[in-house]
Design a protein around this ligand. Structure first.
Ligand code: PEP
Ligand code: MG
Length: 749
């Protein structure tokens, strides 16, 4: 057959024949062979070949019409190698009338392809993931027309879907079954711990089985109907979201824009007219958006592409009638896999989950906070895991290193089990010292309290051996709701917290919102630098309504019991004085109303900005206690964003400058008689905790899971000796005392 320039490729006819092939019985290889044959015929080209990934960076020629049949399953190329490798790497088509003269061309003599001058290669993609490459070639030098490119694009999409559905798996399989190979994901650690379990997809994928349709008219109607429903739904969401300029509104506006976009609709209608079903047309657009998403660096644009992706999912659910409820049964040991998840949804799953793996998320996100409270290992930034994982797949989560193994082989599973066994042993050791005080070798008592914020945290008060709650982050209760809680609701909640504490001290920190903690139902202010912006006590003092309600709820919940309150992010004495005055007003109000006042009231401040370390002595005398919020203090000390992966680990907490700074605060508090604690995450790390104790801290508030490890190291540490080691390292001009301290501890412990 000779190749003639062809604009008459009938995509619908080609898809019809493709469907017939798929309906036939036969092994995977036969199907692929038949497909290449029929595409070459329909496209009037001499060659059609399908290359699929053999492993993550090698492509293999799996079927061909026109090239040397001997080269099937022998010809391989690496990602980026030759024209085929380049199509796969960039996820973009190459269309040329002079293949040998095109940059990147690599001659593969065993295929006999030198005879073909024209080359059209397109990625076989599903939801933005490249599974392989489809190539048509012809002897005659010509560039393939737009219609031809489109035709191959549509066929490649159908092939990707078929691969996803396992159409090429079986005897003589041309490719290994998708979703049956082991896969490793390197994400970021957000909550430590190890978990073994089975995948539970938060939002299972929509499965499309009817890719090709006979009646385009009907498909078009289905699409229009579904889009209409979608528009109505979006409008309803918009009107119930009210006004305001929150991110939520922005997302909904973007939804509306896409739902009314003519270009989006037109492209889908074109694909339907070429023979795709309405679902397949939606998914083809979605796939293109995902492919773009991986290349776009502009955050705003990426967010919008994400919105389009979400919208496509909604549309697919409308078209297929598949909801998020698939009827699948949750495994007994579920590991939740999701693109992202809100804090309330995560709380709904609760402690049933063994672990959580997210494609997105951040260390400071609300979901992370909840995962911490629930002590569930969490890995974030596990790219593509929602496309790879299937419900019920075996999964291992290493929350310490941010690594996830999907469908691991036996050797990985057994190594992981060893690791879990070691952890369990350590846990046993910690439980055996649970009721012992944290007393150092030299006889100094360190008070170990825990950080909390959710009701889910409270059982840890008994289990961890904490002496009390040194930091109760009250904003978490605000973050997990979709409305502002009422005073009575808050007061009931605080009552439950105090009751669960059974007389142990609970330090309630007033609302710390702003920066990374944004309430969905409050108007947000667009700030150039939110971490340095209008947050915490600054909001509380400028708009005192919520703070007043909270203080009143606290006084009421105490109902005559002792009460401890602290204000976050105080940067200067006057802010504390003003907040304290609000507290006095709340007391007065309650007194007038005839409610009992707390038997004892302590009002403290968090030291989270370097400025407060240098506040006048009068401030140190005025506060009932100070608590160092090390997460914030460290970010401001080093000017390094605590949530920015690029810098957050750059400066060591045991850096000499920072330790000297902390030691100065501890000395000052000791001199002025101000009770001091440290409640940032760093105090939960055993080596850091020992060093803090050595430089004068006598109270630490940490995650419940850290109480055992910290207590254990303190039991074996002589603070005088450790202090001398720290001072010596400082004398020696070390940048961080960590290496010296570690060496000392290794010799001792
Ligand atoms: C801190 O900054 O260290 C702190 C305890 O507060 P948060 O982490 O809630 O900002
Ligand atoms: Mg803070």
């Amino acid at each position: 057959m000779t190749a003639t320039p062809n604009n008459k490729t009938d995509t619908r006819q080609m898809l019809g024949r493709l469907r017939a092939v798929m309906a036939e019985d036969g092994a995977g290889q036969d199907r692929l062979d038949r497909i290449t044959q029929l595409i070459a015929e329909e496209m009037h080209t001499e060659v059609c070949s399908i290359y699929l990934f053999r492993d993550t960076d090698t492509l293999e020629l799996c079927a061909t019409e026109g090239l040397n049949p001997e080269s099937v399953h022998h010809t391989r190329m690496r990602l980026g190698e030759g024209l085929v490798g380049r199509v796969a790497k960039r996820g973009q088509a190459i269309n040329t009338d002079d293949a040998p003269g095109t940059r990147g061309f690599r001659y593969m003599p065993e295929t006999g392809e030198e005879a073909y001058s024209s080359f059209l290669g397109l990625p076989i993609q599903r939801l933005g993931e490249t599974l392989g490459v489809m190539v048509v070639q012809s002897r005659q030098a010509r560039v393939f027309s737009e219609a031809e490119v489109h035709a191959v694009e549509v066929v490649a999409m159908v092939i990707a879907e078929m691969a996803e559905l396992g159409a090429f798996v079986g005897e003589g399989a041309a490719m290994l079954a998708r979703h049956s190979q082991a896969a490793l994901f390197q994400g970021a650690a957000a909550q430590e711990g190890a978990a073994q379990g089975h995948v539970w997809l938060h939002e299972p994928r929509v499965v499309i089985t009817n890719l090709i349709a006979e009646n385009p008219h009907r498909e078009r109607e289905r699409l229009i109907e579904a889009v209409e429903q979608l528009r109505v739904g979006v409008d309803r969401m918009l009107s119930s979201a009210g006004t305001g300029d929150s991110d939520h509104m922005q997302v909904l506006e973007a939804y509306r824009m896409f739902a009314n976009s003519k270009g989006w609709m037109r492209r889908m209608e074109e694909d339907i007219s070429r023979g795709l079903s309405a679902e397949a047309a939606v998914e083809k657009e979605q796939s293109a958006a995902r492919a773009r998403m991986s290349q776009v660096t502009d955050v705003y644009l990426r967010d919008r592409l994400h919105d389009l992706d979400d919208l496509s999912n909604r549309l697919l659910r409308l078209l297929t009638g598949q909801g998020t409820e698939t009827g699948a049964e949750m495994p007994a040991d579920p590991v939740l896999v999701a693109r992202n998840i809100g804090p309330a949804e995560l709380l709904d799953y609760g402690r049933r989950l063994r672990g959580v793996v997210l494609e997105e998320g951040s260390v400071g996100s609300h979901a992370t906070i909840v995962a911490r409270a629930l002590a569930i290992p969490l890995v974030i930034h596990a790219k593509r895991i929602t496309t790879e994982a299937l419900n019920g797949d075996q999964i291992l989560v290493d929350g310490d290193r941010g690594v996830v193994h999907l469908r691991p082989d036996e050797s990985v599973v057994s190594a992981f089990r060893d690791k879990m066994a070691m952890r369990a042993k350590a846990q046993e050791r910690y439980s055996s010292i649970r009721d012992k005080p944290a007393e150092t070798l030299c006889g100094t008592r360190i008070a170990l309290h825990m950080n909390a914020g959710l009701m889910a945290d409270l059982p840890s008060l008994e289990n961890s051996g904490a002496e009390g709650v040194g930091l109760f982050r009250t904003e978490l209760q605000f973050l997990i709701r979709n409305h502002m809680p009422k005073r009575a609701e808050l007061s009931q909640l605080y009552t439950r917290v105090m009751e669960a504490a059974k007389g142990r001290r609970v330090v309630f920190r007033t609302l710390d919102i702003g920066s990374d903690k944004v309430l969905p139902y409050m108007t947000t202010v667009d700030e150039p630098n939110p971490a340095l912006g209008w947050r915490a006590i600054r909001v509380g003092l400028d708009k005192p309504g919520v703070m007043r309600m909270q203080l009143q709820a606290l006084v009421r919940a105490a109902a005559g019991r002792p009460l401890s309150v602290m204000f976050p992010f105080v940067a200067q004495r006057e802010e504390f004085a003003a907040a304290r005055a609000e507290m006095d007003k709340a007391l007065e109000r309650e007194r007038i109303l005839g409610h009992p006042l707390p038997e004892k009231l302590e009002v403290g401040a968090m030291l989270e900005t370097p400025s407060l370390a240098f506040a006048p002595d009068s401030f140190y005398r005025e506060v009932d206690f100070l608590s160092i919020g090390g997460n914030d203090l460290k970010q401001f000390f080093f000017a390094a964003d605590r949530d920015n992966e690029l810098v957050r680990r750059r400066y060591d907490t045991l850096n000499v400058s920072f330790l000297t700074f902390l030691e100065g605060i501890a000395e000052r508090c000791a001199r002025l008689g101000t009770p001091l604690s440290f409640c940032g995450e760093d105090a939960g790390r055993p080596v850091e905790a020992a060093c803090f104790a050595a430089i004068g801290f006598r109270m630490l508030s940490i995650r419940p899971a850290s109480i055992g490890p910290v207590k254990s190291i303190l039991h074996r540490t002589d603070l005088g000796e450790l202090r001398a080691v720290i001072h010596q390292a400082r004398e020696d001009g070390a940048q961080s005392v960590r290496p010296t301290v570690m060496e000392y501890l290794r010799g001792k412990l």
